[in-house]
Design a protein around this ligand. Structure first.
Ligand SMILES: [Zn+2]
Length: 411
């Protein structure tokens, strides 16, 4: 038996004050154990009579690797229907990097009764704060108002390892230093999310941890949406509505095998069940508009964390730079003086703006900042133009040399 994931069992196990939801499965005959872990107080909500969470966690990985999925444990009817009739055909028909695979397994009735948690993830980024604020502060009917925050340890900190370890080591996830580094950053980020929950008057925050990086060796970006949906489905009896923060707006929708967030709208619709409904919490807005929205939300001032490298904002990575330049153009930078080194930014202002403008053709977020600058005739005369053009030229030459290098290497 090859090219197959076989889900053999789903069960709970207690470990101190924690409870784990396990699946025992085989990937190409290699036996593996994958679990989600929550505080014991959430024990009754873990779903151990069906394999919804695990099938969803495996699906894009299987489509990319060409692995059929067979499950001895049933899945909810709605997930089964969506998977066979819509999800697999849509992805495989519209992007050839997704290989046609077969799902075999039984299905049972959806869970009908769920808890009352109306939740969203609190990663403290721009999308996360926007999704939260639109469905918490705004005048939404009580049954749609957020009453719970979540924090998932499912691989999102993987990018913090870039440049510190080899790509191979990061994906393998065996090096002790890598595991230590991930645990540290996840702990720091969870502390940051807990601080937000406290500042919101003690809003409940639920943490779902997992060993997914140990058992599923793939770049997190390729499967990130499915991992988040899976974590929520592991606790379907708890979540009534789950707001998903979108990465891109609806106009950017496409079936992109390197980043499922481009078709979140499809995935969230298809993997909603009778117990848990997924909604994109901020779909109407572009990243720039979202930055504008949260710049009016006080709780973001001391808590915004956009950096993919560190638990604090480094001010040098592309995510930090684009957020800094956006806040600068919106005249809101001062609000964030406690989470960004503003003086450092002003010292390098020309360099940062030039970096955004020169890279705008390959990045929709940079492009948007550039058009905002053009449309609003933002005066960059205040910064020394000479300095700006010097950096512009520097980045342009660097980019051209890079292109020449890759051309020569290829030929
Ligand atoms: Zn950064």
């Amino acid at each position: 038996m090859t090219n197959k994931i076989l889900i053999m069992s789903v069960y709970k196990e207690y470990c101190g004050d924690k409870v784990r939801l396990y699946t025992s499965y085989k990937e190409n005959n290699e036996e593996k154990l994958f679990y989600y872990e929550v505080n014991k107080t959430y024990d009754e909500y873990l779903v151990d009579d069906r394999a919804d969470a695990f099938v969803v966690a495996f699906i894009n990985y299987a489509l990319l690797k060409g692995l059929d999925i067979d499950s001895k444990i049933p899945i909810s009817t709605s997930i089964y229907y969506s998977l066979i009739n819509h999800y697999i055909p849509t992805l495989t028909n519209l992007n050839k990097n997704y290989k046609p695979i077969i799902y075999s397994g039984d299905y049972i009735c959806d869970i009908v009764n769920s808890g009352n948690a109306i939740a969203t993830g609190m990663s403290r980024g721009v999308d996360s704060f926007t999704s939260f604020s639109l469905n918490y502060y705004n005048d939404v009917p009580e049954i749609y108002k957020i009453n719970t925050l979540t924090f998932f340890d499912i691989g999102s900190s993987q990018s913090s390892l870039t440049g510190k370890f080899s790509k191979k080591e990061i994906i393998e996830f065996k090096n002790r230093d890598i595991i230590k580094s991930i645990k540290k950053i996840e702990e720091e980020r969870f502390n940051g999310a807990s601080k937000v929950a406290r500042e919101l008057g003690g809003l409940p925050i639920i943490r779902i941890s997992s060993n997914i990086q140990e058992v599923q060796n793939i770049k997190h970006k390729y499967v990130h949406s499915l991992r988040s949906i899976s974590a929520v489905l592991s606790m379907q009896k708890y979540f009534k509505i789950y707001y998903f923060a979108s990465t891109v707006d609806i106009n950017a929708t496409k079936i992109d095998h390197t980043d499922p967030s481009y078709y979140d709208l499809l995935t969230l619709n298809l993997f909603s069940t009778k117990a848990t409904r997924f909604i994109q919490g901020d779909i109407a807005y572009s990243r720039l508009k979202k930055t504008d929205i949260i710049s009016n939300i006080e709780i973001s001032y001391n808590n915004l964390n956009v950096c993919w490298r560190d638990a604090y904002n480094c001010g040098r990575c592309n995510k930090c730079i684009r957020t800094l330049v956006t806040l600068d153009f919106l005249n809101k930078l001062e609000n964030y003086k406690n989470v960004f080194d503003i003086n450092q930014y002003y010292k390098n202002r020309e360099r940062n703006i030039a970096h955004v403008f020169i890279n705008r053709k390959n990045d929709i977020f940079y492009k948007e900042i550039y058009w905002f600058y053009k449309k609003n005739k933002i005066n960059i005369k205040k910064i020394k133009r000479f300095k700006y053009y010097k950096f512009y030229l520097y980045f342009k030459i660097k980019k051209t040399l890079k292109k020449i290098f890759w051309f020569l290497k290829k030929n």
